[in-house]
Ligand binder design. Sequence first.
Ligand SMILES: NCc1[nH]cc(CCC(=O)O)c1CC(=O)O
Length: 273
Amino acid sequence: MVTRGDVLLDSPLSKVGGKGLFVKELELALQEDRADIAVHSMKDVPIAFPEGLGLVAICEREDPHDAFVSTHYENIDALPQGAIVGTSSLRRQCQISARRPDLIIRSLRGNVGTRLSKLDAGAYDAIILAVAGLKRLELTSRIRQIIPAEISLPAVGQGAVGIECRLDDNKTRQLLSALNHDETEVRVRAERAMNIRLDGGCQVPIGSYALLQGDELWLRALVGSPDGREIVYGERRGPRDQAEQMGILLADELLERGARAILAEVYQQSRPL
Ligand SMILES: NCc1[nH]cc(CCC(=O)O)c1CC(=O)O
């Protein structure tokens, strides 16, 4: 299906509907029985589901990190002073700017192929994309650096694919349950719980990344200003069966420590049209 999200990919309008644009039309198809399952990047799946629909499987996660892609430079630190970096993600912009305040961030839209062409045409010195997206498109050779989480904390659910269906469709649910990957599910549940508590839409600089170390879950999260001057970072460790609780507690901690003020500011600025 070609969704409005795909059609508007290159337009600033895609920002208005946000990631919801891709997901909503597929959900409508589920509700109208034009589709039985919808496959989404978990990163793009909104907090709430329409009546009667829900996620029934989260598949094994691909590499969740961000990728540094450039023709001439090996990594972020190798970029010359004042180099131009392409990304339209506030989360990436915030973290790249925090590490390298001298860099100039320019908006970069379109699907992955379009974005790479813009880099190749010389419009940017480097661009930032998801490792997972490049791998799935067999464009791994374009990755110059897998950006460590310490430099760019991934987005909620990045690299994971989720499958949604009608909740009363027991046959399909049963078939899909075999595709669920328990470790990925618990990590993504912690990340999403943190985001839900922050009431984080898609256009806010929020990173949330969970790792499992044995049965211990390690959740890291941050909220920052788009210019990277302010970043509130926190982390928590706990048993995996408390994934959601940990996300909520970490969000509350960040809100207390300054995230509330940052988010209020970002929402104020991003209310155009
Ligand atoms: N923001 C759009 C988006 N949503 C999912 C992916 C691919 C990676 C994934 O599945 O998490 C991308 C592209 C990107 O961020 O570079």
